[in-house]
Design a protein around this ligand. Structure first.
Ligand code: SF4
Length: 203
């Protein structure tokens, strides 16, 4: 594992952005519980990079080498919504597709804003929402969201994403507590792509 803190890292032909360690949940399967990062990159940040620092790092990269730039990392990118919007616009202006991986608590974080539409207007192409569970009770147990009604508000946000014309994806972690077929059904109902994430921590 590198000791240098990582803002940008590459894997699977994509460029990944790690802009915060803050989050609106405390998932039992979160990577931060068992590792300092992924693919040998240290994702623990002693401080968040500023917007200027992130753009500077991106400017030093040959973007055309990558399929997409993905907001992900060890934290919830939407806690920095305004910066996500600015970076997405910057990428879109350079013809670079952007994807957001999110726990989907946008409506809890920004009840007054139309977050999905703002992301669409900025040029976001794909939003991958962590569905994580087939019902609220399991969701609360696995994800310990910091606000009430997080599961239903996450599903509402997912609807907004599709309505705003952004490609929607749902993901779940392959855990015994998760009813994968039911989650797949939910994804179908929401016309979302469905992806099962692997888990390398302890069950
Ligand atoms: S939403 Fe993601 S970053 Fe936040 S606790 Fe869950 S797994 Fe970790």
């Amino acid at each position: 594992m590198e000791t240098k803190e990582t803002i940008l890292y590459e894997a699977h032909g994509n460029l990944y952005l790690n802009i915060t360690n803050r989050c609106t949940a405390e998932c039992v399967f979160c990577i931060k519980r068992y590792s300092d990062g992924v693919y040998g990159y240290n994702l623990r940040l002693s401080r968040e990079p500023t917007l200027t620092e992130i753009i500077k790092e991106l400017s030093g990269v040959e973007l055309s080498k990558y399929k997409e730039v993905v907001f992900t990392g060890m934290g919830e990118p939407l806690v920095r919504l305004d910066d996500v919007l600015e970076i997405t616009k910057w990428l879109a202006a350079r013809g670079m597709p952007a994807r957001l991986d999110t726990i989907g608590h946008a409506k809890l974080l920004y009840p007054e804003r139309k977050v999905a539409q703002e992301l669409a207007d900025a040029g976001m192409k794909i939003i991958s929402v962590s569905l994580n569970a087939h019902d609220e009770e399991t969701y609360d147990r696995l994800c310990a969201p910091k606000s009430r009604n997080a599961y239903s508000r996450m599903l509402e946000f997912a609807r907004d994403v599709s309505k705003a014309g952004i490609e929607l994806r749902f993901t779940v972690v392959n855990l015994p507590a998760v009813d994968i077929p039911k989650c797949r059904e939910i994804a179908k109902e929401y016309c979302a792509d469905f992806k099962i994430r692997g888990y390398s921590g302890q069950v």
